[in-house]
Design a binder for this molecule. Sequence first.
Ligand code: GLY
Length: 355
Amino acid sequence: MIAGVHFAKRGFILPPMMTSRRSFITRTGAALAGGSLLHPVRGTADDSLTSSGERPLIVSTWPFGKAANERALETLTSGGSALDAVEQGIRLTESSGNGSVGLSGRPNAAGVVQLDACIMSGPEHRAGSVAGIEGIVHPISAARRVMEKTPHVMLVGQGARLFAIEQGLEAVNSDATTRHEAWHAARMAEQANPSTKSSGQDHDTIALLVLNADGTVAGGCSTSGLSGKLPGRVGDSPIIGSGLYVDNEVGAAGATGVGENVMRYCGTFLVVELMRQGLTPTEACTEALRRMAAKDPRGEALSVSFVALDKHGRFGAATAGQGFQFAVTTPSFSQVLTSRGLGELRRVVEGGNVR
Ligand code: GLY
């Protein structure tokens, strides 16, 4: 049983288990022992517990993604498109003060909140993104406007802010001096009371993926990025193929975690390509992380997690750490689930305890 997945209790009719979890874990065990999946095996069904068979299907990162998913579902139910659902779901998180998302997100080393976001539409394979944008309440909407109103994919910094304002999006004063003073005051308070100091490791980005009833796939990402990042630093979230990737023939994947560790591997592009080769969403997320951890000097301390869904209505997630929580919503189900981590998977393989 995958931790946190209790579809049977929720009245779901699950497809029969085709007992190929063992085949994936055996492959992954070999890979963890030093080999690599040069020829991924097609069509394993170890995700039978992670498929509701229902559409629409919405998957997002972190427990706060559940409210965003539910807003996305409402948007679809009231006639909105997959893109509308992505935008409205993420806007909710941007306004909610949850995670490192929106203007209440984490300031950079100069005490300024610089936001990153992107959006991608499967049918036309279009994308838009903004990076290092200041004082814009809904960066996800700015990203959508870049996609729909310009010939470009990405706008950054002041150009992105001016474009968003010109598009009529809600903006607040981006007076960096004022915020620097606030930041300086907060640092002084931290020095006086070190127990209140931020770890600098918080990076709870929202990535939200939608499979609509008509098979349309879309996704988006929004974040302030790492707290204390250097001014001008851009993370994975606005980079197509790193923080988010959508392919209407295959599915979609989103990332959360330390952006630098995703960007070096084009993480979500890799997850989607692995699904194209036949891996289920959970397998693809796990295999992408395994390859990254095998190559990276940090190993499994990458601090990266992926979520994914495919055209068949299957979903999954995996983390290089432990116990990453993600949210899954369909018309009859909305719940926060917990993914396996690479370390846990290795212990299962080594212990021969394949469940
Ligand atoms: N994943 C968010 C960031 O690193 O900026």
